[in-house]
Write a protein that binds this ligand. Structure first.
Ligand code: GLU
Length: 301
């Protein structure tokens, strides 16, 4: 299988300029290294009807093209179940009956890092599990032998973060993102993961899980986010931040693409122009504050 990069949007709403900027970077990293570029729709959770088609249309409109068809996570349940079964057969999972509240209120284990699962259900007896199963369905957690792991990131260097007994399958039966992403990246031959740096803290968990499943750990590139004037991650409430909103102000997809390229120090026009001069070392390392885009002479913000 030839090597590949990817973009993996969650179709829970519209893509905003931050997501679009990350997609351009993922495309540039893949294409500049001779990789294929794949599109995966991460629709396991909170998918909104119509959002996938809108997102794919917006990506195409700014020139982000992909190879082959779109892979959807909702079509891949058997692969996730198989991976969880393999881990279970090796004694690397357990059932967890905790509510979110119980986890928050549980005293944390000594030396456990902030945010780590406190281990409440790790050593339940068969009889205790039986009794709890009658009350509520179980989630499946990883029985982790590590408390942290280190990954290498092209922009962040060596990054060490928490690995705990994280959830592999939620108690509503939905596969957890951390499991799905690892299984899918390996199945699709993805060896380069470019995404927003809000996901960097999840990456040690994913790399550790990949190693348990004997799957290769990809190259990671966590890129800076786009933020609003207050420094918070950009969101819909920050005004005209989607192609559809901006089109209402008379701004074309080409103009949005050019503004995003300019924010990366890259030339305007089709993405091929940027590809010709793309240099990862020259990329800005700081979050980009979205300045808004206005039609010249327009009253619209
Ligand atoms: N689906 C995730 C998101 O939209 C991205 C996951 C990934 O790139 O690994 O935030």
């Amino acid at each position: 299988m030839t090597s590949a990069g990817r973009f993996a949007p969650s179709p829970s709403g519209e893509l905003h300029v931050g997501n679009l900027r990350t997609s351009i970077l993922a495309w540039l990293f893949a294409r500049s290294t001779g990789r294929r570029f794949l599109m995966r729709v991460e629709d396991l959770d909170r998918a909104r009807a119509g959002a996938e088609a809108e997102q794919l249309r917006d990506l195409a409109a700014i020139g982000v093209s992909w190879d082959g068809g779109v892979v959807r996570q909702t079509d891949r349940g058997a692969h996730y179940a198989e991976a969880i079964a393999r881990l279970s057969a090796a004694g690397l999972t357990y059932e967890c009956f905790c509510t979110r509240r119980e986890i928050q209120e549980a005293p944390s284990a000594p030396h456990a890092p902030q945010g780590a699962y406190p281990g409440t259900c790790r050593n339940l007896t068969a009889a205790e599990r039986e009794e709890k199963r009658a009350a509520r369905p179980a989630a499946v957690r990883l029985r982790s032998a590590a408390t942290e792991a280190t990954v290498q990131d092209v922009l962040h260097g060596s990054y060490t973060g928490v690995v705990d007994d994280f959830v592999l399958r939620r108690n509503d039966g939905v596969t957890a993102y951390n499991l799905a992403v690892v299984v899918d990246d390996a199945a699709q031959g993805i060896d380069q993961v470019v995404r927003g740096d809000d996901l960097l803290p999840s990456t040690p968990r994913q790399a550790y899980l990949a190693s348990l499943l004997n799957m290769p750990v990809p190259e990671y590139v966590h890129v800076p986010l786009v933020v609003n004037a207050d420094g918070a991650r950009l969101a819909k409430r920050d005004g005209a931040v989607t192609l559809a909103d901006l089109a209402l102000s008379g701004i074309s997809a080409d103009e949005v693409r050019d503004a995003l390229l300019a924010s990366l120090g890259l030339p305007a026009g089709p993405l091929e122009n940027a590809l010709a001069v793309f240099d990862p070392d020259a990329l800005p390392r700081e979050p980009w504050v979205w300045p808004g885009l206005k039609r010249a002479g327009s009253e619209l913000a």
